[in-house]
Design a protein around this ligand. Structure first.
Ligand code: OFO
Length: 183
């Protein structure tokens, strides 16, 4: 067994233990989201929906960015990053509509979690983290709305194979742009 030596560099946290802990939990949730989208991407690829697969793969990369922005923030605030195990997502999913409904409820869950971070910053009177977390609040609004748009299209046209083919082509155009925190 390796011995880990922690050096005391005399750094003092400028975030409270409660804030540090909830931000670390949020890192885990963002990386779980990346895992979930990667699993969904692989599933869509297997069933021949390359555009849906691309959409989910791009989303996975954005989720890694969300996790890393939190990671960098904790370091910037002289806190400690605590990386915990990531749960395995399912490997098999249903129809595109069922998958996007699942994604929607997952994003609602993440929104609740971000709201929990915001509430905690209020309780802890941590204005800097409150300001920081606003970026995530608006990011969640955008994500829920994007997923909702796709659900609407799938409900309207998705049962028809030709339309599904066109939606798949449209989702193939989604390109990854690194997400950075610009407060
Ligand atoms: Fe990180 O926003 Fe989705 O989960």
């Amino acid at each position: 067994m390796n011995t880990v030596i922690y050096m005391d560099y005399g750094r003092e946290n400028v975030i409270s233990d409660k804030i540090q802990s909830i931000l670390n939990e949020q890192i885990n949730k963002e990386f779980y989201s990346a895992y979930l989208y990667l699993a969904i991407s692989a599933y869509f690829d297997e069933i021949g929906l390359k555009g849906f697969s691309n959409w989910a793969r791009v989303q996975a990369r954005e989720e890694v960015d969300h996790g890393m922005i939190l990671f960098d923030y904790i370091i910037e605030r002289q806190g400690s990053v605590n990386l915990t195990p990531i749960t395995s997502p399912e490997a098999r999913y249903g129809s595109p509509l069922e998958v996007f409904e699942l994604i929607y409820s997952h994003e609602k869950y993440v929104t609740e979690s971000i709201n929990g971070v915001a509430n905690m910053t209020d309780e802890e009177c941590d204005l800097a983290t409150r300001y920081f977390i606003n970026w995530y609040i608006s990011e969640q609004v955008e994500e829920e709305s994007n997923v909702d748009d796709i659900i609407k299209k799938l409900k309207m046209f998705g049962a028809d194979k030709a339309s599904l083919y066109h939606i798949d082509k449209e989702l193939l155009t989604r390109a990854y742009k690194p997400h950075t925190y610009n407060a």
